[in-house]
Design a protein. Sequence first.
Length: 369
Amino acid sequence: MDVSGGHVLIPIPGAIPAPWGVFEFLDILTFIVHLLLMNMVVGGSIILLFSRLKRSISNGQGAPTIGGPAEALVNNIPSALALTITFGVAPLLFIQVLYGHFIYSSSVLMAVYWLLVVPLLIIAYYGVYIFARKSGTRGLLPMAVISASCVIFLYVMWTFVNNMTLMLHPENWAEYFNRRGGTILNTGDPTVWPRFLHFLVASVAVAGLISSLIWWIRKKRSNADASADNKVKSGLKIFSYATALQVGIGIWFLVALPREILLKLMGGDPLFTVIFILGFAAVIAVLVTGFLGKLAATSWLLLVTVILMVINRANLRTLYLEPYFSPGSLENTPQYSVMFLFFLVLVAGLAAVGYMLKVSFQTAEGGAK
Ligand code: HEM
């Protein structure tokens, strides 16, 4: 990696109020929640779009219902989108504490695309709401709104991948002196496409598995129709095939990494190598249980895989930024009373969200057939 010139453009970071590991841990934790919710929203919307498309083609002139396992997600997607955004704000807080001087810089360089995310997400929000209300009706409206929401989700995903990688490349920031309008992306980076596809295919896989779980719960509570068994199976099938595809995309992502970083993951850094190997082993295990149709084992293994992959992603960030910065070098000026207050509010907030989810799930499942 040629990093010549990059150092000059990096702003000087401020002090942090607690040891850096606290923020890294919270960043990883809250990002896992953001990721799973985002997967449910994006993957769920894509599966719903395709199910509806399939029905429209086979039924001739517009299908009144959606069908397929993701039918279970229709009414949950609007709330899941609200939670995706809430749980996006949390890692945004933590990432800015440690890496603010990188992510603010990259956000300014691509400000036009970055700021567009907000109004577009508001439109997508309306889209999934309208779809939830109109999915049982014929005509073009449901199809139009869910298609528009899917396009927006892909745009947001693309923008995030660009920002999360542009922040790792200060050596490319000098492009600002040629283009000052906030339209710089990181598309020259060979990892951008595989990284984007990695998130996209994972979304479809996770949404398939979540649908499967919802049908399984409904069946257990015996408020599901006879087709629930098939839907449990087909959700798991979507998960397994998408995850098999993911192996290929993951390998593409790996070989697109700069050579010195790849070597660190392949033995150069013992801890990072162990995490990487465990992540790979978890993917193989989840594939086996997925294709064997074992829902509970697949769900637990998926959780383990996601945790390992998110740690892997944080390790990659550390390796990319190594020539410039390490969070351990930040000055720590402890403010424990503020941190205590923060944790108190965090726990109270999580309890409130948990209660809200419980009530909304009970209401939704009470009405589900
Ligand atoms: C449906 C809308 C959204 C989608 C599809 C989405 C997608 C993504 C993706 C794919 C990544 C990983 C990018 C990468 O590592 O290359 C990501 C990371 C992130 N997203 Fe979201 N996102 C959405 C909404 C939001 C919102 C509204 C916020 C903030 C309010 C947010 C905050 C974050 C943060 C802070 C990260 C990085 C976390 C970290 O590195 O620890 N996201 N998002």
